[in-house]
Each structure stands twice: as structure tokens, then as C-alpha cells.
Design a protein around this ligand. Structure first.
Ligand code: ARG
Length: 465
């Protein structure tokens, strides 16, 4: 409604003679997206009403009517036949207005000793907390799949890369476990963020607290928070819990994008290290031979949305004076989209990794290419011939150049060839030139040797249960 004759808002319009302009309504309303907070909003209101009754601020009769009425609203929303109204701005006022239709006068008493400012801060914390829990569970599921991949391939040899150039042989298991470490840190970031966000803003009211003798510990406990927040200004005006969730999501998405990129490379015709199952690939409408790793590509790209949301909310919050400002209504869509995106990416990665076929022959052949055991040869010269590492490096470099010139690999050089470069070289050097010997020798803690990988697999299986 655009004309001035429209009545003012039923919730806050006491001092207004006319309703808002249609464009004002459009920019002001959040119901189109914050309806996602309906369950949290109703849960918070029920806890608030029960507390108001327990402290004698509300009669038991009114509190009961409110509690019951809110359950009716909940089932109406869940049944999909709730008439959400833009004129009522947001989820908080939509729920309250419907409650009034259902139970009449007592509905007007629910908003005693609270404000939408502490209400939305509470609802949103509850929602983000649920998402943190979901992220923790999804990361745990992905870690289990990665550990299973590592266990299967603890001694499969593959090329390890630096600069995407073959560097030294590593094991498939070691590569998989690298991601387990990253995902574990991601998980702990969500756990940390959850701990810090788990304080209840409800009862902070608009910004200064309330003159009613409320029991904030009671509502905090009812809503599963560790304690009430200790400063009402802070409680209604910070969204750092959402920023932490987004930051943790962005870092996690960076990790997922790197694994996704590796899957894209590894599944290419040039590599063929892995094959995605039919469930996780798509064909081309024109090129019959194609098997495209679309899911991996999309996971690789999804970081853009998550990082975008993170930057957006940081920008919204920067420089906002205390306490609440309407700017903060812009927090929700960003977090909703980032959370949805992250959950989808985690689920897709888990499915893809569980179904992945690994071409161990290709891995092993590639591992031996590109003089990948040159470092092992240099180490042999240090260990067996007492050369300083720098000299050993030089000798090995000369041997690599010789092999390159002959168009062969290091183990294909004859002992004569080798000794022409350094007389201390003897036939036992060939033992370290094989890729299996190479990885088996890397026994330092956290190294790529199959024994080390198996030890890490066992540790993580114990931790993940
Ligand atoms: N829809 C609002 C938000 O998401 C609720 C809080 C409104 N508070 C206010 N004083 N206008 O931020």
C-alpha cells in the first residue's frame, strides 16, 4: 500500500499517523528471508514467557496461553500455510501478530521486558549455533571418508608436487591425511566459535537491560546457552559470532577448493590418477567422450560466495556505533547463503571422495617420472660417502643432466656412468632410486612413509570413533 491513508504499523505505530511508503516497506522488511528463524524465534519466546511466569511478571494463565499459542503458530508455519506479511516486517512481528489473532490480549504481554533487539540477537545465535553443529558433523563425516581413503592407500606411491612439478614420491595415504589435518583444524574453528557464541542475549532488551526483575539465567539455561551475556549493549549490537562462523566457513571452503582443484587435475585425461563415479560426473552434450568433474569444479567455485558473504558482513559491521542499528538486519542473508553453500559443498565432497576410484598404476608410473628420487640419491651420497649436502646436490644435478641427455631416468644410468661423475657411487645406490624405497625411507614423524601414514590413520580413527 502506498497511499498515506494506510494505517500505521500495528506493532510500533502508536505515534504514526500514516503507514510507510511501499519502497520503505520493501527496504525495511526482512520477512522474506528471516522467516528461516521461525523455530528459533518461537523457542526463544516460549522460554521468555515461561521465565516471565516464573518470576511473577506474567500470570501462569497468560504464560500458558502464550506457550500453547506459540506451538500453534509453529505448526502453522511448519504446515506451510502461514500468511507471512511484509507489512509486519520480520519474523518476530509476524509470529506475535498471529499469536494475537489466536489468543487475543495475553499475546500483547509477551514482549514485556524484551525488545526485538535482544530477540533477534538470540534467535540468530541459536540459528548460527545449529549451523556450527551441522558443520562439525559434516566435517567429521568427510574426515572419516578421507581417513578411509588414506588407510586403503597408505603405501600407494604417487608423485608429490611443488610448483605442480614432480618433486618427490609420496604416498596416497599421506596426501589424504594432509586434508584430514586441515579439516580437523576447520572443525576446531567451528567448535571454538560455538563456545564463544554460546551466551544468551535475551533480557538485554533494547540496549540497557530492563527494570523488570527477570531471571536471565533461567532463559539462558532453557535455550541451551552456557550463561547470559554480561553486557546488554554488547549483546544486542555485536555479530562477531556470525563473523566467526563465516570466517571459519571461508577457511574451510578454501581447503575444500584446493582438494576440488586436485580432483579436477587428477581426473583429467593428462593425469588419470582418479576417476569420479557416474554419480559424481556429468557428460557433454556434444563431446561423447567427456566425463566432466562438475561437482569438484562447483566446490572449487563456491568459496567465492562464502568469502563474499564474509566480506559483506565485515563491511556491514565496520564502524557501526553501539548499540543496535538496522544495518545489522543485513547479517542474515549472508550467513544463510554461506551456511547453505558450505553444507552442500561438504556433502558433495564427502560423496565424491567416498566413491572415488584411484588408478594406482598411473600414480606409481607418474611417481617415478621427473627424477623424483634425485633427493634420495643426494641423501645417499651424504650418508654413505660422507659428502656435504651441497656437494651431494651438485653431483646429483650432474647425474640428472646426464640422464636427461640420454633420455632415461636415474635408475637407468649404468654404474659406470654414475662413477664417472663420482667414484664413491656403488651398486647399493640403486636401492634408494626406487620410489617405494624412497617413500619407505621417509620415517621422520609426520613423513610420508607408509608406517608413518598408518600411525596417523590409527590415531585419527581413534579420535573420530
Ligand atoms: N528485523 C530486525 C533485524 O533483523 C529485528 C530487529 C529490529 N529492531 C529494531 N529496533 N528495529 O535486525
Amino acid at each position: 500500500m502506498t497511499d498515506d491513508t494506510k494505517s500505521s504499523n500495528a506493532m510500533w505505530g502508536g505515534r504514526f499517523a500514516a503507514g510507510p511508503d511501499a519502497i520503505m516497506e520493501a527496504i525495511n522488511a526482512s520477512i522474506s528471508f528471516d522467516k528461516r528463524l521461525y523455530a528459533q524465534d518461537i523457542r526463544g519466546s516460549r522460554a521468555h514467557a515461561a521465565m516471565l511466569a516464573a518470576t511473577g511478571i506474567l500470570s501462569n494463565k497468560d504464560a500458558e496461553a502464550i506457550g500453547e499459542g506459540l506451538l500453534t503458530v509453529l505448526s502453522e508455519i511448519e504446515g506451510g500455510d502461514f500468511p507471512f506479511s511484509t507489512a509486519l516486517e520480520d519474523i518476530h512481528m509476524n509470529v506475535e501478530a498471529r499469536l494475537k489473532e489466536l489468543i487475543g490480549e495475553p499475546a500483547g504481554r509477551l514482549h514485556t521486558a524484551r525488545s526485538r533487539n535482544d530477540q533477534v540477537a538470540t534467535d540468530f545465535r541459536l540459528w548460527v549455533r545449529d549451523q556450527a553443529d551441522a558443520a562439525i558433523a559434516a566435517l567429521t563425516a568427510l574426515m572419516k571418508v578421507m581417513v578411509a581413503q588414506a588407510e586403503k592407500g597408505a603405501d600407494w606411491v604417487m608423485p608429490g608436487f611443488t610448483h605442480l612439478q614432480t618433486a618427490q614420491p609420496v604416498t596416497w595415504g599421506h596426501h589424504m591425511m594432509a586434508y584430514v589435518e586441515m579439516l580437523a583444524r576447520d572443525r576446531s574453528r567451528f567448535e571454538d566459535a560455538r563456545k564463544r557464541m554460546n551466551e544468551c542475549p535475551l533480557g538485554s532488551a533494547a540496549l540497557a537491560g530492563t527494570g523488570f526483575a527477570i531471571d536471565r539465567h533461567m532463559t539462558a539455561e532453557a535455550l541451551g546457552f552456557d550463561r547470559p551475556t554480561a553486557n546488554s549493549l554488547d549483546a544486542v549490537s555485536d555479530r562477531d559470532f556470525a563473523l566467526e562462523f563465516l570466517s571459519a566457513s571461508a577457511i574451510c571452503a578454501v581447503h575444500l577448493s584446493r582438494l576440488a582443484e586436485e580432483l579436477v587435475i587428477w581426473s583429467s585425461a593428462q593425469f588419470r590418477f582418479v576417476a569420479m563415479s557416474d554419480k559424481w560426473s556429468t557428460g557433454s552434450s556434444i563431446m561423447p567422450q567427456k566425463r566432466n568433474p562438475d561437482a569438484a569444479e562447483l566446490i572449487r567455485a563456491k568459496i567465492g560466495r562464502i568469502l563474499g558473504a564474509t566480506v559483506a558482513l565485515f563491511t556491514v559491521m565496520k564502524g557501526l556505533p553501539l548499540a543496535y542499528s538496522k544495518d545489522m538486519q543485513e547479517d542474515k542473508e549472508q550467513v544463510f547463503d554461506a551456511a547453505d553453500t558450505l553444507m552442500l559443498a561438504l556433502a558433495a565432497m564427502t560423496g565424491m571422495m567416498a566413491d572415488l576410484t584411484v588408478n594406482t598404476d598411473k600414480l606409481e608410473a607418474a611417481a617415478a617420472n621427473g627424477f623424483s628420487t634425485a633427493t634420495d640419491l643426494a641423501d645417499w651420497l651424504v650418508r654413505e660417502a660422507g659428502l656435504p649436502f651441497r656437494d651431494a646436490h651438485h653431483v646429483t644435478g650432474t647425474l640428472v643432466a646426464m640422464a636427461e641427455e640420454k633420455g632415461c631416468d636415474l635408475p637407468d644410468l649404468t654404474l659406470e656412468d654414475m662413477q664417472s661423475v663420482h667414484p664413491a657411487l656403488n651398486s647399493s645406490v640403486y636401492d634408494v632410486l626406487g620410489v617405494h624405497n624412497s617413500v619407505a625411507s621417509r620415517q621422520s614423524y609426520g613423513g610420508t612413509a607408509p608406517d608413518q601414514v598408518r600411525a596417523q590413520v590409527a590415531r585419527w580413527k581413534g579420535l573420530l570413533g
